[in-house]
Every structure is written in C-alpha cells, then in structure tokens.
Design a protein around this ligand. Structure first.
Ligand SMILES: NC(=O)c1ccc[n+]([C@@H]2O[C@H](COP(=O)([O-])OP(=O)(O)OC[C@H]3O[C@@H](n4cnc5c(N)ncnc54)[C@H](O)[C@@H]3O)[C@@H](O)[C@H]2O)c1
Ligand SMILES: O=P(O)(O)OC[C@@H](O)[C@@H](O)[C@H](O)[C@H](O)CO
Length: 385
C-alpha cells in the first residue's frame, strides 16, 4: 500500500505520516522545501517524540521523499499507482497541488481502485476545496474523475509546534491526537487507519474542532501576545489570559451545543480537555506559530468570524469573541506576511472597507457594526502595534 503525502512539515511528519506508516503504508513525502526533502531522502527513519503525561517515542521508516517542484513528473507517476493522497500544506496552498494530483489521477490504470484523497488542513471541508481545484485542472469528464478518485473531508487534531533548530527530522508532538474522517464517500471501502475515526456526518466534528481547539488556541495566542507571552503554555499560565480564553470557549460552546446538539456536559469535558492541552509545558509552542496567518484566521468562515456571525444571527452578542478579534487585529509578527498585510490594511483602508476586506462580512450582517467598531480603533494613517 502506498500513500503520497504533500507537506512534510510539522503535522505531515508528526501526525499524518506517522499514522499512515503505522497503518502499513509506504509514505512518499512530497514537499517544496529543498533542504527538508534532501534530508528525508537521505535519512532512513525519524522519531516522533510524544510529550505529556504518557511520553513515548515512535519511529517512522519505510518512506521516500520527492521535491514536488523539481521532481513533479515523479510525483505524478507516484500518484498514478498510489492508494491514498493526503495533504498538510495549509488551506491556501491546496490550489497549487491540484494540477499535479489531477495529472496523477488521469494516468491511473483503469483496473486500479479509486485514489482516496484527504486534505488534512484546518479548514471547513478542505478536501472539497481541493476536489474543486482538481476538477478544474482535470482534463477529462467529471464522471471519469469521480470513477478514478474519492474525496473525503477530515478533521485532524494534534498540536505539533515548530521544531527546534538542530532537531533534524525528529518531531516533538503532544500525546493527544484525533483524526475524524467522513466515511460516506468511500461507499464501504474506507482505508483502514488505526487511530482514525469514521463518521457519517463530519460537519459537527470539524466545527467542534475548529471552533473549540482552534478558536481557543488562536485566542490564547492573541491575548497572550498582547500580554507579552512568547509561549502558549506561558500565556495560559496568566490567569487573565486563561479567563478570556475560557470566555471565548463559553460562547462557541453555546453555539455548538445549540447547532449540533452536543450534550452540554460532553462539550464542557471537551473544552476542559483542550484547555489542559494548551497548558502542556512540555510543548514548546509559541504565540507566533499559533497566531500565524491572522488574515486567514479572521476570514468569514474561520474560527472567530464564523461562530461570532452565527451567534449574532441568533441574537447573541459575542463579546468574548469580539475581544479575541480585537487582540488579533493588533497581532504583531514582523516575519508573518499576513500580520504585516493586516497592519497595512488597517493603516490604509477606512473602517468599512477594512471590515469587508478582512472579514468578508456583508455590510448588513448583524456582526458587521461591532467588528467595524474594533477596526475603527486603528485610525487610517496609524500602524497596528
Ligand atoms: N501543526 C499543527 O499543530 C497542526 C495540527 C492540525 C492541523 N494542522 C494543519 O496542517 C497544515 C500544515 O500545518 P503545519 O503546522 O504542518 O505547517 P508546516 O509549515 O510545518 O508544514 C507545511 C509544509 O507544507 C510545505 N509546502 C508548502 N507549499 C507546498 C507545496 N506547494 N507543495 C508541497 N508542499 C508544500 C512546506 O514546505 C511545509 O513543509 C495546516 O493546514 C495546519 O492548519 C496543523
Ligand atoms: O494551523 P493553524 O494556523 O490553522 O492554527 C494554528 C494552531 O491552532 C493549530 O496548528 C493547532 O496546533 C492544531 O490545529 C491542533 O490540532
């Protein structure tokens, strides 16, 4: 069994690659980072260090590595007879993978089972986004594509920080993980991946994950950054930050319970567990990594505006989520292109225009005015701190 996995970064090596390896797949890592691919190609194994209450070390071997830019033809050939394609590259990068995946699918022999494609990104229905791009790039008929490839949405959860320099290919991760996969597209032939959970309706799970883990995580990063913390665990050790994060998760809990019918006690236990994960002092995770790409995180269907908009539509003023958005608007990370672009938007666009360009909210939306007021705190001509 062979899997082609795009994105040999933190979650690629520390989670998806590991689980596919443990499921018995030979993993072909495809990435554009030259040094990383060279190192993977010349190293027979790497270790995943799980840190926390029950630490463990897992070794990943039986993999190969290709540069998906300079060795594109080889990647296409690998996809042509692979069983699975997975990605962990970031939602905005998926469109760049689509032409390669489409060509690989087009070259598959008629006798092969459909390629199983799963995007493992933090975004609602990331695999649908990838499928739409692959459809556009695919030369043949849509029915032909549907016969050759199956696309399933997933929700992946494991905190994998940026790795220390000098650590080589080894990855430090938390012990917790969850991989929830939509079973329905596979029509009875879902891949056997020990540790993965199959469900018939992914929406509640992906929303619960994104609007609890990622909303809370990003809130901790932005409140923590404002309070001067560098690490997420240190931010959460600040009682004022922890209380504000908790208030944010109270609001998303209200939405998730009302919308998806989660049992309130079960959701509360989920929240508690996640808050504990954020305090893991063994995990060297930073506010800069977790707060990365603030424009993506402040966009319409994402972890802040998504739940806040739905609460506002149902008459609830999402005060804590708005506080988190206020902190996000001031997020300063000079090496993060989106943080720089956000500051530029705030410094150059009037509040109405900036509200639309940052959040995608419609001017008549009940949340628009409250977000506009936050944005108006950054007068045109100033640069966000
Ligand atoms: N790190 C986590 O805790 C975590 C957990 C769950 C989900 N995720 C999601 O997984 C995805 C990846 O996150 P990460 O933390 O591993 O990031 P990362 O930056 O560590 O890894 C991304 C990798 O993708 C590669 N890449 C970029 N463009 C590419 C391209 N065109 N083709 C092939 N490879 C390309 C990069 O070189 C990098 O190695 C994101 O969507 C993230 O939200 C991350
Ligand atoms: O990857 P992002 O930028 O969408 O979000 C940053 C973190 O919140 C995220 O990577 C978490 O560590 C992960 O989603 C945990 O499962």
């Amino acid at each position: 069994m062979k899997a082609v996995h795009f994105g040999a970064g933190n979650i690629g090596r520390g989670f998806v690659g590991l689980l596919l390896h443990e499921a018995g797949y030979e993993v072909v890592f495809a990435d554009v980072a030259d040094a990383l691919i060279d190192q993977l190609a010349s190293t027979p194994s790497y270790d995943v260090h799980e840190v926390g209450d029950e630490p463990a070390v897992k070794t990943v071997d039986n993999y190969r590595a290709l540069n998906s830019r300079s060795q594109e033809e080889k990647v296409i050939a690998e996809i042509a007879d692979a069983d699975i394609v997975t990605t962990a590259v970031g939602p905005n990068v998926l469109r760049f993978l689509a032409p390669v995946i489409a060509q690989g699918i087009a070259r598959r022999g008629e006798d092969l089972a459909p390629l199983q494609v799963m995007a493992c990104e933090n975004a609602i229905n990331a695999t649908d986004i990838l499928r739409d791009e692959v459809e556009q790039a695919y030369g043949g008929a849509a029915s032909d594509l549907a016969a050759r490839a199956v696309f399933a949405n997933t929700a992946v959860d494991r905190i994998v920080p940026n790795q220390a320099a000098g650590q080589g290919l080894d990855v430090t991760v938390e012990t917790f993980f969850e991989w929830v996969i939509d079973r329905t597209p596979f029509e009875g032939s879902a891949p056997e991946i020990p540790g993965a959970t199959y469900v018939d309706d992914l929406e509640p799970y992906i929303e619960r994950k994104l609007f609890t883990v990622n909303t809370g995580h990003a809130a901790a990063a932005y409140f923590g950054s404002t309070a001067g913390a560098e690490k997420i665990a240190d931010a959460m050790a600040d009682d004022a930050v922890a209380a504000r994060v908790r208030a944010v998760l109270d609001e998303t809990k209200q939405l998730l319970v009302a919308k998806h019918g989660f049992d309130p006690a079960e959701q509360e236990a989920y929240v508690q567990k996640i808050l504990r994960r954020f305090t893991n002092q063994h995990l060297p995770d930073t506010v800069v990594r977790v707060g990365r790409a603030p424009l993506r995180k402040l966009s319409r269907r994402e972890r802040f505006v998504g739940p806040a908009a739905e609460l506002a539509e149902h008459g609830t003023h999402p005060a804590a989520l708005l506080e988190a958005m206020r902190a996000a608007l001031s997020f300063s990370a000079p090496d993060d292109p989106e943080a720089v672009a956000l500051a530029e938007i705030l410094a150059t666009q009037d509040p109405d225009t900036a509200t639309t360009s940052i959040t995608g909210l419609e001017a008549e939306h009940p949340l628009f005015g409250a977000v506009r007021d936050l944005i108006a705190e950054h007068p045109v001509g100033s640069l966000a701190g």
